[in-house]
Design a binder for this molecule. Structure first.
Ligand SMILES: NC(=O)c1ccc[n+]([C@@H]2O[C@H](COP(=O)([O-])OP(=O)(O)OC[C@H]3O[C@@H](n4cnc5c(N)ncnc54)[C@H](O)[C@@H]3O)[C@@H](O)[C@H]2O)c1
Length: 257
């Protein structure tokens, strides 16, 4: 590892937005730690990046696994510059009255507990270096009300809140904490909802001023910006990356389809 090579941990990096993030950070010359529940794919993905990258199997909602993973990263690289808290699961789309607490707890554990546990584990190496950047992946679901998305929306609103509280506490240690709030992005997560008939992509596109779903790369580039020195005076913000979804408040369609 060269003396100036920075290290980025990206959670949920085996698929979708996380995989685009891993490729984007690798192109920006970071050593990328591909962290995912799916250990086998995480290791395979790290190999595909073809460089000084490593794959780790880890459930971000499990305190012991998170601590062990960040210790392994420290042993392997001896530093940590960027953490992207991207791992997430989609919520039940059932009517609220049918939603059970097992599902509710799992979603909040992965999204809120996972973001907190990984951020806390990243604090020690970043504070020791007196510099670091954390970028959390929130959602439009945490900014607006989406019917039936109770646990998911509440968890993402929690992520936006954690972003602000950690940013204000850790600025004194040289650690910036920001978030992005993506709109609908064409990933396996959203494709699964389309396949189940729970999301109508043509209808969604009419609600988006820019008239298309996002791509994983549309999200990865703003995350790289927030993690970079170009955003050195930015902390505590949640940046909407949604083709104008959150800005639109008019009646009817936002675009012609
Ligand atoms: N796709 C969208 O439209 C959209 C919109 C807004 C926000 N987001 C958020 O972006 C993030 C990525 O979503 P995606 O669409 O790429 O999903 P995805 O399902 O394609 O990928 C999610 C990845 O996270 C991993 N993961 C799940 N639970 C985990 C856990 N407990 N520990 C570690 N890894 C775990 C999965 O194995 C998978 O590789 C999520 O936080 C999601 O909520 C997605």
């Amino acid at each position: 590892m060269s003396a100036d090579e920075k290290v980025a941990v990206i959670t949920g990096a085996a698929s979708g937005i996380g995989w685009a993030l891993a490729q984007t950070f690798a192109r920006a010359r970071y050593a990328v730690c591909v962290v995912d529940l799916d250990a086998e794919t995480a290791k395979k993905r790290a190999g595909e990046l073809n460089g000084n990258h490593e794959g780790y199997g880890c459930d971000v909602s499990d305190e012991g696994q998170v601590e062990r993973t960040f210790a392994a990263v420290q042993t392997r690289y001896g530093r940590l510059d960027v953490l992207v808290n991207n791992a997430g699961i989609v919520g039940s789309q059932e009517p609220s009255i049918s939603q059970d607490m097992v599902y509710f707890d799992r979603i909040t554990k992965v999204i809120i507990n996972g973001t907190f546990l990984c951020s806390r584990a990243a604090f020690h190496p970043m504070a020791a270096q007196k510099s670091g950047a954390i970028v959390n992946v929130g959602s439009i679901a945490g900014l607006t009300g989406l019917p039936r998305r109770n646990a998911y929306g509440a968890a993402k609103a929690g992520v936006h809140s954690l972003t602000r509280s950690l940013a204000t506490e850790w600025a004194q240690h040289g650690i910036r904490v920001n978030a992005v709030a993506p709109g609908y992005v064409a990933t396996p997560m959203v494709q699964g909802l389309v396949d189940q008939g729970k999301v109508d992509s043509a209808r969604l596109c009419r609600r988006i001023p820019m008239a298309r779903l996002g791509t994983p790369e549309d999200i990865a580039d703003p995350v790289l910006f927030l993690a970079s020195d170009a955003a050195r005076y930015v902390t505590g913000v949640t940046l909407s990356v949604d083709g104008g979804w959150a800005a639109f408040g008019d009646a009817g369609n936002a675009s012609e389809q």
